[in-house]
Design a protein around this ligand. Structure first.
Ligand SMILES: [Zn+2]
Ligand SMILES: [Zn+2]
Length: 185
């Protein structure tokens, strides 16, 4: 499937957003408005304006909905979740070639709140995975103590861990130790 620069940015954004969700006794990755502002500005989201507590709670709410999309294996259920996210945000599709990028479509309405901006553009990026029959690429890490979201862009959809250098590797080490222990015993 064709993944344009902007789709890629939207995917990275939604994965980063879902992964700010506190798991277990972790602290929230978006603890306050300043952290949200930092999160948005690091990702060059345009037209953000001044953020408030309202934005923080709205973004946390859609974060939970996006997390549900990544946890969902059934395409129909995922489609329903994405439809709700995009419908609540409202969209104004328009072609743009800003900042030297090729023509692509922005979905967020002009003046949209940060949460609506993210819900519209990231929701549509995920929608195209469902359309392409590629919803299973929206995954959560299979390492036992890790539930991080990621998008599997490998050719044969074989990626199981969020980051092979940490989770995948940690499991390999554990399996190696187990084998060695077995051999020794
Ligand atoms: Zn763009
Ligand atoms: Zn992981």
């Amino acid at each position: 499937m064709l993944i344009t620069h902007d789709t890629r940015c939207a995917l990275d954004l939604v994965v980063d957003l879902v992964n700010t969700t506190p798991e277990g006794d972790e602290t929230d990755g978006l603890p306050d408005v300043a952290a949200l502002d930092d999160f948005a500005r690091k990702r060059d989201l345009s037209d953000i304006g001044v953020l408030s507590e309202f934005d923080l709670s709205a973004v946390r709410k859609i974060r939970g909905r996006f997390a549900a999309v990544f946890a969902e294996t059934d395409a129909r259920t995922a489609a329903g979740l994405i439809n709700e996210l995009v419908a609540a945000a409202g969209t104004t599709p328009r072609l743009t070639d800003h900042d030297g990028y090729d023509w692509h479509v922005h979905y967020f309405a002009p003046g949209a709140s940060l949460a609506d901006h993210i819900a519209a553009d990231c929701g549509m990026a995920l929608a195209f995975f469902v359309v392409a029959g590629e919803q299973e690429r929206l995954r959560r890490c299979e390492a036992p103590d890790c539930r991080r979201a990621f998008v599997d862009l490998s050719r044969n959809r074989s990626r199981r861990y969020c980051d092979s250098r940490t989770c995948g590797n940690r499991l390999h080490v554990a399996a190696y130790r187990a084998r060695r222990k077995e051999a020794a015993g």
